[in-house]
Write a protein that binds this ligand. Sequence first.
Ligand SMILES: O=C(O)CCC(=O)C(=O)O
Length: 370
Amino acid sequence: MENINIDKQRHVSNEIEMPLQNGFSNDFDESSVKKYSFLKGSIPRLRDGDPDVDRLISANKPVVITDSKLVQSAKDWNLEYLEKNMGNGKNFVFQSDTRKFMYHDEKRVTQWPGFRRPTRRYEMKFSNFVEMLQMGRERLYLQQTLNDTVGPNMVRDFVKFRWEWCTRYQRLCRWGDLTSNLLLVGMEGNITPGHFDEQENFFAQILGYKQCILFPPDQFECLYPFPVSHPCDRQSQVDFDNPDFTRFPKFQHVKAIEAIVGPGDVLYIPMYWWHNIESLRSSTQSNTFSHEVPPSVTVSVNFWYKAAAIPDRIERPLKANHKVAVMRNIEKMLTEVVGDPEEIGNMLKTITEGRYDHQQQISYDTYHQS
Ligand SMILES: O=C(O)CCC(=O)C(=O)O
């Protein structure tokens, strides 16, 4: 595991300055926090302006930043406000038969016969999403890139995000452009299972609490991602709640760190860091569905940035994130040339088996002496 400054303290501080929203207090139910044996510590939680924030972000290490006010202007973004102000554009809403919302790439589905979609994707107006939430029949997760269909109040809030705060890090770390801001409105108990992204991420929490579990890139082999050409590329094949140690034996040794983020917090999720994110149960918002009481939801907005350019001089030994990039490129090239994933697996095994294992390696000298 990478040498990360582990703060043993597990929880949120009480420094959240955002006002209570809609009369609800922003509390979560402790019993909904998962206690996995692979959790080995906490992600550092630091106030904006602490010099360690710059140090950690520059070193591609996760950190929860408090008091940044990055999305202070979105403090009113609860279900009622969003319903009034999201505009009439259509939003992507995912429905899952379980609590898990694993991402899949729709374009690749036909290339994998027998693939069963983990979720169904609908496009609907925000008001229809709220109606469906209120009916309470299905588990839903709205995940919509913020675009110009939002109403004027939300445009005003968006413009007032503390852009200069992100831009400072974008420059400091030489990241590329901001690619998108994804708005996530989810039901308590929703889980985005373990995966990594190929972008830098400032993950800003607005309403409710989320348990964020992060694994460094050097845990890649313990997390068994799907093949790169699979619809679930970048996602772990392991079900964290019911791991199959026969298929995925190294998962027994996996190590992670965690944070609970609440309103006003910003979690820096570095590129290639695996993350599993669960919306915690509110101890005060309603979890019964009725027209009088709005259902309990979590609201987050992320800020995805393109990675920094590859340095002119590659430093050896390679860092874990660079190794992941190299491995993915090799796998992608093989996929392009060979096509059949089974064949790719056989070829990769042939390249390595018995050849790079020091115990079994017959040295050139030994071979020629016999
Ligand atoms: O909040 C979530 O459920 C998932 C967010 C996520 O995976 C991301 O921002 O990369």
